[in-house]
Ligand binder design. Structure first.
Ligand SMILES: C[S@@+](CC[C@H](N)C(=O)[O-])C[C@H]1O[C@@H](n2cnc3c(N)ncnc32)[C@H](O)[C@@H]1O
Ligand code: SF4
Length: 463
């Protein structure tokens, strides 16, 4: 795979051209094409069958969604429940442990845990003792793979030394802190007052305790951000040398995230400024020695993601990019998504429905989902190849479909020098790495068919 020249400035006309609504491709088919209701029994059969294969091959990945947060950040697009009442922790833990028990019964042998990620909401809303209880319940009668990776999302305002020590002892080595923006005015308008001293304290404590990887999340496109404020904010974060930075484009989706209606849309940067914010941030990361992995991720050369990107072993799932490609990701908790390779299932999205299902049914609390066809599997592979390796080889049996839907799209991408291609396959250029979502879209048969019928679902914009 080619590398990006460190100081390449991307042409604004090109950025503008490709700044259209596109999925993030954490799954294919993407969520808008899933069925609103799937057969939970059929999902269990697929789970059982895939578990048998994947447990021996690589072990399984577990994602646990911990939805509570103490206050609402108005930009937030995640599934969360705002409360300051910590008595909710116990009921939620019991539900997760019951859900795990339901899947555990179906496993013919002890699960080999390769990857575990606690996401949210705010996982550090839970007390250290409760997080320990949760992890112990999952690991009881399980085998921890020698090359496991356990990670967690932490909020700099409420992560304590006790959290970090507990997590370290439980085998966690990676933590992602939501920094978002260090500017006080931006913090005020997004309702996230987070003094930089907090970020500094938790970063230093995490490293002292023994966590080997500290990641930061930053967002560009937030209200009141300017190139000056974002530069200052990022330079401040870079003083702490995070191992990896996710530099997310603010996804404005007020039709699903109502908190985003709480600030004035006039305070959002326009698309030209948003692109300048992206270019400013990207340049700062490159200047500081980070590599642009693509899809919003920058990593230091020693980081596992950087190494996986270089040796072609990167994988992508609902947790974003990952270095641990297990073909079985089990999602536990409200709204969590499972990926069994040939099927997806999402849990109920409201706490009420989730609890009701756990309490009343012997079946898992799944609602939405999708069972892949052979055609989906083939096009999923093309998309994963593009997004993780920047290259893919076409199967001759797909030529008629490729000619009808895909090749016309590739011709346009080639004209803009984002790819090179022929009837055998494609190669993403170093410029194309900045437009991976758009290149994946060229292989999204579901979307292309819908587009040709003049009926497009809603997505956030690429930039
Ligand atoms: C679940 S949150 C992280 C953990 C913790 N709740 C926190 O905020 O620090 C995951 C990340 O999603 C990103 N995020 C949330 N809403 C977003 C949006 N509308 N657009 C882009 N990124 C968003 C933020 O960077 C956030 O850190
Ligand atoms: S950004 Fe994090 S802390 Fe803020 S509301 Fe969303 S999940 Fe909660």
């Amino acid at each position: 795979m080619r590398t990006t020249p460190a100081h390449m400035i991307i042409d604004t006309t090109l950025l503008n051209k490709y700044n259209v609504p596109v999925p993030r491709y954490t799954s294919y088919p993407t969520v808008p094409f899933w069925h609103e209701q799937i057969d939970a029994q059929q999902w269990l059969s697929v789970f059982q069958q895939q578990f048998q294969v994947e447990n021996h091959r690589k072990g399984i990945s577990i994602y646990i969604h911990l939805p509570f947060c103490e206050s609402l950040c108005t930009y937030c697009g995640c599934n969360k429940k705002i409360t300051t009442n910590h008595s909710v922790e116990d009921e939620y833990l019991q539900a997760i442990i019951a859900e795990w028990g339901l899947y555990r019964q179906l496993m013919a042998e002890a699960p080999v845990i390769r990857e575990m990620h606690l996401g949210g909401g705010t996982p550090t809303f839970f007390s250290p003792a409760n997080l320990q209880k949760l992890v112990e319940a999952i690991l009881k009668d399980s085998v921890v793979h020698p090359e496991h990776e356990f990670s967690i999302e932490g909020h700099p305002n409420n992560t304590t030394l006790s959290h970090l020590t507990t997590l370290y002892k439980a085998g966690f080595r990676r933590i992602s802190f939501g920094v978002q923006d260090n500017d006080p005015q931006v913090q005020r308008i997004i309702n996230r007052i987070q003094p930089f001293e907090n970020v500094q304290r938790v970063t230093e404590q995490a490293r002292t305790v023994g966590l080997t990887a500290v990641n930061f999340d930053h967002i560009y496109g937030l209200p009141l951000q300017t190139t000056q404020t974002i530069e200052k904010s990022i330079l401040q974060s870079l003083q702490l040398r995070p191992d990896r930075v996710a530099f997310y484009s603010y996804a404005h989706v007020p039709w699903t995230s109502r908190g985003q209606r709480l600030f004035d849309e006039n305070d959002l940067p326009g698309s030209d400024l948003k692109m300048e914010l992206y270019q400013t941030g990207r340049q700062l990361f490159l200047d500081a020695g980070y590599t642009d992995i693509g899809m919003d991720h920058f990593a230091l050369p020693g980081d596992a993601l950087h190494q996986a990107w270089q040796n072609g072993t990167l994988h992508r799932n609902f947790m974003g990019y990952t270095t641990q490609h297990s073909g079985m990701l089990l999602g536990l908790g409200v709204s969590a998504i499972s990926d069994a390779g040939i099927a997806f299932a999402q849990n109920h999205k409201t706490l009420g429905d989730y609890y009701k299902s756990i309490g009343n049914s012997p079946l898992p609390p799944v609602t939405k989902g999708y069972f892949l066809t052979k055609e989906d599997e083939a096009f999923q592979k093309y998309i994963l190849d593009v997004i993780c390796r920047g290259t893919t080889v076409f199967q001759t049996e797909h030529l008629p479909l490729l000619q009808q839907y895909i090749f016309p799209e590739l011709t346009g991408l080639e004209a803009d020098q984002l790819i090179t291609w022929n009837e055998k396959g494609i190669q993403v250029t170093s410029l194309g790495r900045h437009f991976l979502r758009n290149i994946c879209k060229a292989f999204d048969l579901h979307l292309l068919r819908k587009q040709s019928a003049g009926n497009m679902p809603l997505f956030s914009k690429a930039i």
